[in-house]
Design a protein around this ligand. Structure first.
Ligand code: SF4
Ligand code: SF4
Length: 189
């Protein structure tokens, strides 16, 4: 995966959601889906920032890349806008929790705008720790509520999709944890 250009002036702040939900399976760092990386210090971020793996250097959610409002910051919104698939015209909303943000005009207007532009939208949810997430493209399912300009119907359809995804048979990701990021002096603290 190549890194997308980041918005100037925007930082992750206190968000560490990708250090929790994204699996890593590297020689120096392997952690299952949904497990907060052991190198992540709550509220302070990566404790091995200077020597973090290359994957961590290039993976950013789309909130760091495109002009979405501050309300979209993943730890506030409960939604990670995933970067994978976007170059193929698909935006995947990885819904970490059913926050009030899903019922906000901001969420409705933004998703409606994407679909009106011809962008495909997928919803995804995490399963138990150590399993692959569930995901489904929902563009055509959401479209009637968007065409009617009906936020309540839109929210109902989003929730129905999340209910259906929650019934998914979540499969193990097979990642065995390994924390071996090292400095020249030995294992990172
Ligand atoms: S090494 Fe650092 S950036 Fe990478 S997942 Fe762990 S805490 Fe996050
Ligand atoms: S999910 Fe996005 S905002 Fe949050 S830590 Fe990762 S890149 Fe930063």
């Amino acid at each position: 995966m190549t890194s997308l250009p980041l918005l100037p002036g925007r930082t992750c702040g206190g968000c560490v959601e990708c250090c929790r939900v994204i699996p890593l399976d590297l020689p120096e760092l392997a952690k299952p889906t949904g497990e907060l990386c052991a190198y992540c210090v709550d509220g302070a971020g990566c404790s091995v920032h200077a020597i973090r793996p290359q994957t961590c250097r290039i993976w950013f959610c789309l909130w760091r890349v495109v002009e979405l409002s501050d309300d979209w910051r993943p730890d506030h919104s409960g939604v990670i806008v995933r970067p994978d698939g976007v170059e193929d015209g698909i935006i995947t909303l990885y819904v970490l929790r059913r926050s009030d943000f899903l019922a906000s005009p901001e969420f409705f207007m933004t998703v409606a705008g994407w679909i009106a532009e011809g962008i495909q939208v997928a919803l995804s949810i995490p399963g138990p720790v150590g399993t692959y997430p569930a995901r489904a493209v929902v563009t055509d399912w959401l479209r009637p509520a968007i065409e009617d300009g009906d936020p309540a119907a839109f929210l109902a359809r989003v929730m129905r999709s999340l209910d259906t995804l929650a019934e998914h048979d979540f499969q193990p990701d097979g990642v065995a944890r390994r924390y071996a990021v090292t400095t020249q002096d030995g294992p990172a603290a």
